[in-house]
Design a protein around this ligand. Structure first.
Ligand SMILES: Nc1ncnc2c1ncn2[C@@H]1O[C@H](COP(=O)(O)OP(=O)(O)OP(=O)(O)O)[C@@H](O)[C@H]1O
Ligand SMILES: [Mg+2]
Length: 249
């Protein structure tokens, strides 16, 4: 069974950067089979990883709402399964599945059921599944992604970011999602966190660590260079590593 690690938080807090550097850390530790799932509607994990993607799960589910296009001799279930299998991007270092933009109105219970089963079966092939999610935890809250062991809730060093992280924790509690380890990571930190400490305590989330503002991350993003290629000396790489080394991953 794969170990599921999810990253969530308010928009623009550094989720994708952290998810990419987390994957890099796992690979550097010699973990060989990793599935990255971009479950953020504003998908860009593939860019951070430097992997081109052309098939999005959301589009497959949208098409699956009607039976058009199902080839003769194939059931609708088989057809959806086949399409979902095509959405998986396989590379030498890791595989990637991109959920894509949010679904429109209409009933998705049936395709979501198939997606849930598909992910369950697919994840058996991996040691780790790393999920780049959004604050609403769409796929996790609808139990399409199940069994998350670690949830990193990211925030920038602002009161709003930290409050939003607190709401992610509340959501997990309200939905009674069984996530054993929920941890706060504050990113893009410049200076001290002192003023934020009471707000951090209010979230009830243990602080796993902080990641400093790293000009190299900005530079790589500006140039569209994969964060995978950041030098090992980069602040963000080293501090992500320090956070993860303290955990039983
Ligand atoms: N440690 C860091 N130092 C400096 N800039 C950073 C750092 N981490 C992330 N950034 C910058 O902050 C911006 C947002 O980062 P990122 O895309 O990782 O966040 P996100 O939470 O995934 O955003 P979105 O919600 O848009 O998907 C990017 O421009 C990125 O370059
Ligand atoms: Mg992102």
């Amino acid at each position: 069974m794969a170990r599921n690690i999810a990253v969530a938080g308010k928009g623009g807090t550094g989720k994708t950067t952290f998810a990419a550097l987390l994957i890099r850390y796992l690979l550097e530790k010699g973990k060989k089979s990793i599935l990255a799932v971009d479950a953020d509607p504003n998908a860009n994990l593939n860019e951070a990883l430097g992997i081109p993607v052309s098939n999005f799960v959301a589009d497959i589910l949208e098409e699956a709402k009607d039976s058009k296009g199902v080839p003769p001799g194939m059931t609708k279930d088989m057809f959806i399964e086949y399409k979902l299998a095509q959405a998986l991007v396989e590379t030498e270092r890791l595989d990637l599945l991109v959920m894509g933009r949010p679904q429109g109105p209409g009933c998705y219970c049936y395709p979501n059921d198939i997606l849930r089963k598909h992910l369950e079966t697919l994840s058996r092939n991996y040691q780790y599944v790393v999920i780049d999610s959004e604050a609403g935890l769409e796929h996790i809250s609808r139990r399409i992604i199940q069994g998350v062991e670690f949830l990193f809730v990211l925030s920038d060093a602002t009161i709003r970011g930290i409050r939003s992280a607190g709401r992610v924790r509340q959501l997990v509690e309200e939905l009674q999602l069984p996530i054993p380890h929920m941890l706060l990571v504050v990113t893009r930190v410049q200076g001290s966190l002192n003023g934020l400490v009471p707000e951090i305590e209010r979230t009830g989330l243990p602080l796993a660590g902080t990641i400093s503002f790293d000009p190299l991350v900005v530079e790589y993003d500006a140039l569209g260079r994969p964060l995978f290629d950041l030098p090992s000396s980069s602040l963000a790489v080293r501090e992500t590593q320090r956070i993860l080394e303290g955990l039983a991953l």
